[in-house]
Ligand binder design. Structure first.
Ligand SMILES: Cc1ncc(COP(=O)(O)O)c(C=O)c1O
Length: 389
């Protein structure tokens, strides 16, 4: 790929010979599904983020479902989350028969607003869990959210799908609440293609999630076909799910984990180049920053009224200039399912709506290199200038 002329994709995974060899080793081992490699990945991930338990799952969506189930979320309960997220953050509450109440995001940003959360908790009955989302890798205001959750007697499940490896003074984002859920989807900073990890330091929750991850079977069964001592017998104690991560994918995850800090460093460098280039552009606002930003996304904000064009036209022009982009997120309350279920209009959550209307996520991936980042920055500046009055 030629960095000075070819299309710059929005995201590209960074996979090397290490991942290839690790997958080959699993292929040759004769054991493809969940086994010793997934177990090692869990141990290494737990140790990396400083959590007592880590459970490898086949997606963050599955992990969020397991988390709420383990907390006992069910019919009659309410789960509070932000509308500024991906479909599954809220959908899993409905899978369990609970209702969802949305809480708007901070003005000028993407994360749940603790001030509004207090209003929501004070006026909503039966809130079992709050699910803050660390959008784009910027951690939410966790001390305030945890304090509110404690005061109102609800659990906190961190949607940490974007925030690996985000270190805060009190620990990694994803390890601060009762349960944290990470995603290894193809565009994430470390990837297994599809996959995720659930972390908790509560042994009871870990046990429940482990049982429910594997058909509701009450003991680890992965080696029952090969171990000389294992028994063929098992017992089903719940109507569980099938949410395990196979060794084939865990092998990729183990190699990616070793590179996570380097990946973060590269992302920071690209965010730095963008920051320098966009500061001072009359049509652009920099994304919110804060401690522990994992820079999973670089979400540029277009200043309202500064362009004679919509965000969508800006995106089209960037594509014509050879730059891939995306938009994170189309707020859930504007989606037909949620709008109809709860009678929500787009202006019900004005901050989420405003952030959505003016945001464009630019390419940011390790391996992208400074030349490509500067090319993206030039294209943004030229596109904005071309669309300004
Ligand atoms: C904020 C957020 N939460 C949860 C998910 C679900 O992740 P997965 O695709 O691993 O199920 C995503 C997916 O990208 C996401 O962006």
């Amino acid at each position: 790929m030629n960095p000075s002329t070819d299309f710059v994709p929005f995201a590209l995974p960074s996979l090397g010979p290490e991942e290839e060899e690790a997958v080959l080793a699993v292929l040759r081992s004769g054991w493809l599904t969940t086994g010793s490699v997934a177990l090692q990945f869990e141990r290494e991930f737990a140790s990396f983020v400083g959590a007592e338990h880590a459970l490898a799952v086949n997606s963050a969506t599955s992990g969020l479902h397991l988390a709420l189930e383990a907390l006992g979320v069910g019919p009659g309960d309410t789960v509070v989350t932000s509308p500024y997220t991906f479909a599954s953050t809220a959908a899993v509450a409905r899978h369990l028969g609970a209702e969802v109440v949305f809480c708007d995001v901070v003005p000028g940003g993407y994360n749940m607003d603790p001030r509004r959360l207090e209003e929501v908790l004070a006026s909503t009955r039966n809130v079992k869990a709050v699910v803050p989302v660390h959008v784009g890798g910027l951690p939410c205001s966790m001390p305030e959210i945890l304090d509110l959750a404690r005061r109102y007697g609800c659990a906190v499940v961190e949607d940490a799908a974007h925030s690996f490896p985000s270190r805060l003074p009190g620990g990694f984002a994803g390890t601060l609440g009762d349960i944290g859920v990470f995603s290894f989807y193809a565009t994430k900073t470390i990837t297994t293609g599809e996959g995720g990890m659930v972390v908790t330091s509560d042994s009871r929750l870990a046990k429940r999630m482990s049982v429910m991850r594997m058909h509701g079977i009450d003991k680890p069964v992965w080696d029952r076909y090969t171990s000389k001592t294992a028994s063929w017998s098992y017992s089903v104690v719940e109507a569980g799910f099938k949410y395990n991560l196979p060794d084939l994918l865990a092998a990729i995850g183990r190699e990616q984990l070793k590179k996570a800090d380097r990946f973060l460093e590269e992302r920071r460098r690209i965010a730095g180049i963008y920051g320098e280039s966009f500061r001072g552009l009359p049509f652009a606002e920099l994304p919110p920053e804060g401690p522990g930003h994992a820079w999973h996304l670089y979400s540029l904000r277009l200043r309202p009224g500064s362009l004679q064009a919509s965000r969508d036209e800006f995106v089209d022009r960037l594509r014509e200039a050879g730059i891939g982009t995306s938009v994170h997120f189309i707020p859930l309350h504007t989606m037909p399912y949620w709008a109809e279920r709860y009678g929500l209009t787009p202006d019900r959550f004005p901050e989420a709506l405003s952030s959505f209307q003016r945001t464009v996520s630019l390419p940011i991936w390790q391996g992208m290199g400074e030349d490509r980042a500067r090319r993206v920055a030039r294209a943004v500046a030229e596109t904005g200038a071309g669309l300004s009055g």
